[in-house]
Design a protein around this ligand. Structure first.
Ligand code: G4P
Length: 527
């Protein structure tokens, strides 16, 4: 069992939309033998329809709101890729997915550098101190200067970088990458637009035939850049990589299938098996703990409209899972049967019999699980550390059209909030009358409206509010009524009565902190 767990590599791919996350994932699958031809599983055209047809709204909008997990074997490892929705309208689920990854691969478009969504997702990874690997993609197109790109990553994201390989030109002049460890050049060759696995041609720097592949000018530039790099960039240090304090960087082209195999090989050697996790009884290490344990990080409702059934997705942390086994549901305080276990493949769900620490499974949920819940067969009945609440960036006041339907409205909105798709708040000083909804991506407003109508038969009106920033108040002792804010600040509370502040612009947050000595504001809510 421990051997099985050691083989697991569970990571998320993060990127701004269009940087090449889907293409890179597809190439991984190609190398893993999970698909025979690029485009057959996760080609963009098919991904739009196939990944999930659970919710009609996804079909209507052609967007995948849900994320899936892709599992395949490669190089003696069992790889779980956590696929996060790539659309701009991403949701809190995207953030939560990062809470179950043991490492992350950050895909950056070489012509664009660090973009908004990469920045947000990176922040969550950095908070967890997990190893972060950088793949600078689209080198087959005109790219920005490689040194500038590294500089931007270091300055914008605050993580030192260590290039494992270095590109020779870009766009039409892209000749390949230089491996800094082996001191050899991997030559770029046409892989028919990446539809087949390319044979890698490796050559030493001083190979007399190198001139046939790389121009003299490009070789001179490379020599200069290598010298510069050796002098300027951080040295590779596995401990720093493990602690998320140094990001190994690779260059390549996912589309042309160049540099993907090298990346995969280095990445699997540098990344980590399932890591220990914190519980209320201290760290639980998958290499020591024999009992099964897992925590719920996502709840997908509406799988079958007639039954309003739900699937709870969990990350197995330790031990072995067997279909139909019983486990202790810590938060519910009782034993439950883990029925109908399934794993997600890009386009299909398959039933499974066994799974191990590091794997992600979905379990039938009769409506008893909440995000963050722990399941274990251990007598110690420990609970894994909760999942933080992430800051919504869009807010709206919500009212039901028919005031007679207040009960259904409250029930529906609470249930949807419990699944973690939206967050609900109230005015600070009034009762339950006014409800304010906060979401990470605006698509969730549509999902809310749609689900309330179809599942609870309630029509609602959403009135957008101008706020973009929410802050949790860290000091419990502070008198909320005495907080002196800016004119654009609004005081609200969550369902547990905890006070929060809303702001229209980030500048006001600084002003409010200046005006209230000792006030501590947080971007993540403690669960
Ligand atoms: P995403 O999941 O991060 O959103 O990005 P995705 O892989 O879907 O890629 C976005 C676009 O960038 C796609 O083009 C894809 O073909 C292209 N692309 C990905 N990797 C590379 C690369 O290494 N080099 C080049 N030149 N292009 C790359 P599209 O035209 O939007 O879609 P499609 O019609 O080609 O599928």
């Amino acid at each position: 069992m421990i051997e099985e767990i050691k083989k697991r590599r569970t990571f998320a791919i993060i990127s701004h939309p269009d940087a090449g996350k889907t293409t890179l994932t597809e190439k991984f699958l190609l190398y893993g033998g999970a698909i025979n031809q690029a485009g057959s599983v996760k080609g963009k055209a098919t991904a739009k329809h196939a990944v999930s047809d659970w919710m009609d709204i996804e079909k209507e909008r052609g967007i995948s709101v849900t994320s899936s997990v892709l599992q395949f074997q490669y190089g003696g490892c069992c790889i779980n890729i956590l696929d996060t929705p790539g659309h701009q309208d991403f949701s809190e689920d995207t953030y939560r997915t990062l809470m179950v990854a043991d490492s992350a691969v950050m895909v950056i478009d070489a012509s664009k550098g660090v973009e908004a969504q990469t920045r947000k997702l990176f922040k969550v990874c950095a908070m967890r101190h997990i190893p972060i690997f950088t793949f600078i993609n689209k080198m087959d197109r005109e790219a920005r200067d490689s040194f500038d790109l590294l500089d931007e990553i270091e300055k914008e994201l605050g993580i030192p970088t260590c290039p494992v390989n270095w590109p020779i030109g870009s766009g039409k002049r892209f000749a390949g990458v230089y491996d800094r460890e082996t001191k050899k050049i991997d030559l770029f060759e046409d892989t028919m637009k990446g539809t087949r696995v390319g044979t890698m041609k490796e050559m030493a720097l001083d190979d007399p035939e190198i001139g046939d592949y790389v121009s003299e000018e490009a070789m001179d530039t490379l020599q200069e850049e290598i010298e510069l790099l050796d002098g300027a960039s951080a040295a590779f240090d596995q401990d720093e990589v493990d602690a998320g304090q140094l990001s190994p960087v690779f260059f390549g082209s996912a589309l042309m299938n160049f540099g993907v195999e090298t990346f995969l090989n280095h990445f699997l050697a540098m990344t980590t098996s399932p890591l220990p996790r914190m519980t209320d009884q201290g760290l639980i290490d998958p290499m020591q703990e024999k009992d099964f344990s897992a925590f719920v990080f996502k709840i997908q409702a509406n799988m079958n409209k007639a039954h309003r059934d739900r699937i709870a997705f969990m990350r197995i942390c330790t031990g072995e899972f067997e279909a139909g086994m019983d486990a202790w549901h810590v938060q519910g305080g009782k034993k439950v049967r883990l029925a109908q276990p399934q794993q997600m493949m890009a386009s299909e769900r398959k039933m499974i019999d066994k799974a191990y620490g590091g794997d992600i499974i979905g379990i039938f949920d009769p409506g008893i699980f909440s995000i963050g819940d722990t399941l274990t067969t251990s007598d110690a009945k420990y609970a894994y550390e909760g999942i933080p609440t992430f800051a919504p960036e869009h807010f709206a006041r919500v009212r039901q059209v028919n005031t007679m339907k207040r009960k259904q409205f409250i029930k529906g909105i609470n249930q949807i909030a419990q699944e973690g798709a939206i967050q609900i708040f109230q005015e600070f000083n009034t009762g339950m009358e006014e409800i304010i909804v906060g979401v990470v991506g605006t698509l969730q407003f549509d999902v809310l409206q749609y689900r309330l109508k179809h599942e609870y038969n309630v029509d609602i009106i959403l009135e957008n509010l101008p706020y973009e920033y929410i802050r949790w108040i860290e000091n419990a002792e502070i008198d909320i009524n005495k907080i002196r804010g800016t004119s654009d600040m609004k005081k609200i509370k969550d369902l547990k009565g905890r006070p929060l502040l809303l702001f229209i612009n980030s500048w006001s947050i600084g002003m409010t902190l200046d005006r209230n000595e000792g006030l501590e504001l947080a971007e993540f809510g403690r669960s």
